[in-house]
Design a binder for this molecule. Structure first.
Ligand SMILES: Cc1ncc(COP(=O)(O)O)c(C=O)c1O
Length: 393
């Protein structure tokens, strides 16, 4: 059936219309210069993102996935090591660990914010530590993996409880890589997402709050030594031209991507604020409609500024609601339908489905609604009315 109101999950065309001229002239400038790799645009973007997040060093790379890969490698993670993260995240978080020959170790999320539960991390670290602290290194169980780092994920645009995670990291002398790929602009206790751990990783995938015209990523760090290492690692570990002291990757941010991102960056705060307003509208609408028994709006946790990369509800009859909305012309998405501990490629990690009940439940009960900044009042109203109609049926 045709609907007069259509609501896509994201409408990049609407955003593009507002910045089209600036994007064209920025891209033309790069084309005129014929400098495409690691030039002035990338250097300027690195400086601007570093300032935006209040950290001294930023390194542009080819994707968010690579920002994780390079950060892990810069911290010396490799075969025989383990890295602790959450199973409810985009695949790349654990994929990057695995691609270095290391083992992802999962701890469950806390169910309100969907982020790493510090209590679960504590119980994992203290349990393993008591049993297996060898040569001052945390050794995981019978498998013998040495725990080398922790990756909390600031999922959907809200920070993990970084005070709690940082205290534990210090206690066990473990570095933190913040997977802030969905959280550029989010704040925790006055500090920018990605500026708190040893490394902060960002993605500029087109659908992100700050999205490029293709793939792109950025690494933040406050350590000059780690910044230098990450810079080498993005160019095959090259210190001087054709002299390699470590093995790295080919992972550079393109000038065209940086130029587009520099046009968009000054709008980022306003776009994130518009997302927050849309989120507020939905949450208020759901609460006012008296359907809280069926739908739980996302929680904004204390001391945090959420940037609503995604507006994710927890709901009864999730799949039925999704097809009902789809029939009404409202696009939604399940992030993520399978928790990573249940993915085929990680079956060898030997987890059971019920090892991480909150991650499993989130994968079955959550649904992302359209929250992009350019949503009209009519579209938002239609989304709320349609959800209310579904549960009122
Ligand atoms: C939480 C998380 N981690 C990592 C990534 C990987 O980023 P990219 O797609 O730029 O490689 C993404 C983005 O899709 C993400 O959402």
């Amino acid at each position: 059936m045709e609907h007069t109101v259509k609501v896509p999950l994201l409408d990049l065309q609407a955003q593009y219309k507002t910045i089209q001229e600036d994007v064209h002239s920025a891209v033309s400038e790069v084309l005129e210069s014929q400098r495409f790799i690691l030039g002035d645009q990338v250097a300027s973007l690195e400086k601007e993102i570093a300032e935006f997040c209040n950290v001294p060093f930023a390194i542009g790379v080819a994707s968010g996935t690579d920002s994780l890969l390079i950060s892990l490698k810069a911290l010396g993670v490799g075969a025989g090591d383990a890295v602790v993260t959450v199973p409810y995240t985009f695949f790349a978080t654990a994929g990057a660990i695995s691609n270095l020959g290391a083992r992802p170790i999962f701890v469950d999320i806390e169910p309100r914010g969907f982020e790493m539960d510090p209590e679960k991390l504590d119980s994992f670290l203290s349990r393993e530590c008591r049993v297996r602290l060898k040569d001052n290194k945390l050794v995981h169980d019978a498998s013998g993996f040495v725990v080398k780092a922790i990756i909390p994920v600031h999922l959907f645009g809200q920070c993990t409880d970084m005070d709690e995670i940082s205290t534990l990291a210090q206690q066990y002398d473990l570095p933190i890589i913040e997977d802030a790929c969905q959280a550029l602009g989010a704040v925790y206790k006055g500090r920018a997402a990605g500026s708190i751990g040893d490394f902060g990783c960002f993605s500029f995938f087109p659908s992100k709050n700050l999205g490029g015209a293709g793939d792109g990523g950025m690494i933040l760090t406050s350590s000059e030594e780690l910044a230098t290492k990450a810079r080498f690692l993005r160019v095959h570990g090259e210190r001087d031209r054709y002299y390699h002291s470590i093995v790295g990757f080919n992972s550079r941010l393109d000038e065209i991507q940086a130029a587009v991102l520099r046009v968009k960056l000054p709008h980022l705060r306003a776009w994130s604020e518009a997302r927050c307003k849309n989120a507020e509208y939905y949450s208020h609408g759901i609460e006012a409609a008296g359907i809280s028994a069926f739908v739980t709006p996302p929680a904004i946790l204390p001391d945090r500024t959420h940037i609503f990369h995604q507006y994710v509800i927890r709901c009864e009859k999730r799949n039925d609601l999704q097809s009902y909305l789809n029939d009404k012309g409202i696009d939604t998405k399940v992030y993520y339908p399978v928790s990573l501990h249940e993915q085929d490629c990680f079956l060898s990690l030997d987890y059971n489905q019920d090892d991480f009940p909150h991650s499993h439940a989130a994968s079955k009960e959550t649904l992302a609604l359209p929250v992009y900044p350019e949503l009209t009042a009519e579209q938002k109203q239609y989304v709320v009315e349609s959800i209310v109609a579904f549960y009122g049926k």
